[in-house]
Each structure stands twice: as C-alpha cells, then as structure tokens.
Design a protein around this ligand. Structure first.
Ligand SMILES: Cc1ncc(COP(=O)(O)O)c(C=O)c1O
Length: 367
C-alpha cells in the first residue's frame, strides 16, 4: 500500500468524480453547440458543472470560462490583459508559479519578495505600484508552503487605481473558503486536478464587464473567450469535485491530521510558514543539514510519496526558488520536504510516516 502525501502536485480522483467522468465519456458525446438532443444533453451537463465550480468561489456561473488547467488560466488572464497596453509595468511576487512567472518574463516587472515565513507584505506590493502599472499578479496560496497571501488587502488599492489584479487561486480553491467578491481580484485562475478531478481542465473567472483579449480564437464557445469544442466530461468531473471540495468537515479533518503530523516530527526541524495563515493540507519542513533528495528517495522506497520543492522544479537539482525567495540558504532549501495531505489521508498513514521519518531523517543528516 502506498501513502500519497504529494497532493499539491496533483491528487487522485475522487470515486464519485471517476464515476461521473466515465458515464459522461460513455453517454454524453454530443457537441454542446449542437441543437439536437445529444448536443443539449452535453450543454446541460457543462452548464451544471459551471454552476458547481462557480459556487465553490462564490461566483456567477456565466463569469467562468473553462480552460485546460491552471497554466492556461494564468496565461489567458495575463496575456489577455497585457495585449491591451504597449509597455505596461507589472507588479508580482517572487513566489508565483512558473505559469505566471514565465508569462511575465522579459517584461517590466517589479517582483516583491516574501518574509521568511513565506508571506508577501501587502504594503510592499502596494509600494511597488507605479503610475504606469497596469497589472498586479499575486497568488492566493503558495504551492510549496501553502502560505496564504494578502490578495484582498492589495485588491482595493488596485481597484481604486484602475489596475488589473490577477490571482492564481489554484492551490487555494477547495482548501479554504473564499469568494471572488471579497477577494477583489479581476481574474482568478483555478485547476481541477488539485481537488480530486482529472488533469487537463481548469477555469478562469473574469469579472463581469471586463474586456479581456481572447487567447484562443475560432468558434464562439465560452462566450467567445475560449474557442474550441468544450470537453464536457472533464468539465462534469470538475463540477462534481468542486461540490465535494466544499465540505468544511473534510478540511478540518485534514488540518487536524496535518497539525498532529507537525507536532510529532522528529529531531531538529523548522515548519516553514507555521506562524502565518496557511491552507490546512500543507506542511513544508526543513530538516537542517539533511539531504532532502535522500529523504524523498528513502520515503519512496518505503512506500511514501512526498516532494522537495514544487513538482515542476523536482527532477532538476536547483533548490526551490520559492524557498530561496523566503531567505532560506541553498543548503536549507535542499534540506526541505513538502508533505501535502488530502481528504484520503488517514491517521494510520500519518503514524507510519512519522515512524519512518524517525529513522530516515537522522541517517540523512550530513555530519
Ligand atoms: C499555484 C499553481 N498555479 C498554477 C498551476 C498550474 O496548474 P495546471 O497544472 O492545471 O496547469 C499549479 C500546478 O502545479 C500551481 O500549483
């Protein structure tokens, strides 16, 4: 039996999601733009899914565009806004996901670093805004530390000054409660595979009345914001996952397990972001002088999946840029492990992982 604690990289499917997906792939093959029965069945399913995903973030369904995932949602929002201005100045944070950071590369960007806790100071973001700033891009929850960022505190300043605020909420949706109005962003990116739905589907919420250049042109699908025949089964799966993700009890159960795990961690260690608000499922831990890669491999051999840094940067030997931005040394960053829990994590699994760490961590410490 494997123990999977890498749910910030991706999650296994919820059984109900799998059932919905299978049934839709088999039965709902119509094109949602067709007027016949098969087409209308597909249309109903996708609109029902849109309602469900919108409800997760307190939004109106008609303001939600289905995309192929978080990367496309982030790219669509950023390129859509930037298409409208010549040489815009952009404010962002130095802990954004590559799907935001790379989309802004080569532009006139001011990047605001977080504190040692992993939280970016709202006042520092506001201070970086210039008269020619057109866009602020700021994530809601960081993928490596789970630390929540003060997006709402920045939002009202952006609103006052007519600056577009984009928020990557991929790691926050379904893990904490938020609604688009109190968040105050103009565009919000979501991804389904972080909440027990399949890879390859996401959504972009766009504030009503906002004109955003479409990133895919062709047919009139998705209110002309994203051309291409809709993937109805994936959207339906996302809808069911969004409904399940609203369960507060599950979030509390995950938080209890995570807090219990952290209270039982062996040896000298630092839980990064423990002193600031975080999503309930993430534990980012530095074991000083330990070989993080060695711990990941030893845990994997023992049946446990965890990660060092983000999935996108693992496979490369460089230390996590998020941890470096927080002020960890390269050696500390390489001694850091991300444990990310889900609704399927059990107390018995936490017992096993704590037990394994008690033997693995001391062996991984460099003398
Ligand atoms: C914070 C964040 N933004 C965006 C993405 C990209 O989402 P997707 O994998 O659906 O393209 C991820 C995925 O790792 C993420 O963690």
């Amino acid at each position: 039996m494997r123990i999977y604690l890498d749910n910030n990289a991706t999650t296994p499917l919820h059984p109900e999601v799998l059932e919905t997906l299978g049934a839709a792939l088999r039965d709902v093959y119509g094109n949602a733009s067709s007027i016949h029965n098969e087409g209308q069945a597909a249309r109903r399913l996708i609109e029902e899914a849109r309602e469900s995903v919108a409800r997760l973030i307190g939004a109106a369904a008609r303001d939600l565009v289905f995309t192929s995932g978080g990367t496309e949602s982030n790219n669509a929002a950023l390129y859509g806004v930037l298409a409208a201005s010549e040489r815009p100045h952009i404010v962002t944070t130095s802990i954004e996901h590559p799907s935001v950071a790379e989309a802004l590369r080569g532009r006139d960007v001011t990047s605001v670093a977080p504190s040692r806790s992993g939280r970016v100071d709202a006042a520092a973001v506001v201070a970086a805004i210039r008269p020619e700033t057109k866009l602020v891009a700021m994530m809601l929850a960081n993928n490596e530390t789970g630390v929540l960022q003060p997006v709402a505190e920045v939002a009202w300043v952006c609103r006052e000054r007519g600056i577009h605020l984009h928020c990557d909420a991929v790691q926050a949706a379904g893990r904490i409660d938020f609604d688009v109005e109190s968040l105050g962003a103009d565009t919000v990116a979501l991804s389904a595979h972080k909440l027990h739905a399949p890879k390859g589907i996401g959504a972009l919420w766009v504030r009503r009345g906002l004109s955003l250049a479409p990133h895919l042109v062709g047919g009139a699908q998705e209110r002309r914001r994203r051309a291409g025949t809709e993937n109805v089964p994936l959207a339906a799966a996302f809808g069911v996952a969004a409904n399940r993700a609203r369960d507060q009890g599950v979030r509390e159960q995950i938080r209890t397990l995570r807090d219990d795990f952290e209270s039982r961690l062996p040896g000298t260690h630092v839980v990064n972001g423990a002193d600031v608000p975080r999503v309930p499922n993430t534990s980012n831990v530095t074991f000083p002088n330990a070989d993080g890669e060695g711990i990941v491999i030893a845990l994997d051999l023992a049946g446990v999946a965890v990660s060092t840094g983000s999935a996108c940067s693992s496979g490369r030997v460089e230390p996590s840029s998020v941890l470096l931005a927080m002020g960890l040394t390269p050696s500390e960053a390489k001694s850091t492990i991300r444990f990310s829990l889900s609704r399927f994590t059990t107390a018995a699994e936490i017992d096993v992982v704590v037990g394994l760490l008690e033997t693995i961590v001391p062996r991984a410490v460099r003398s």
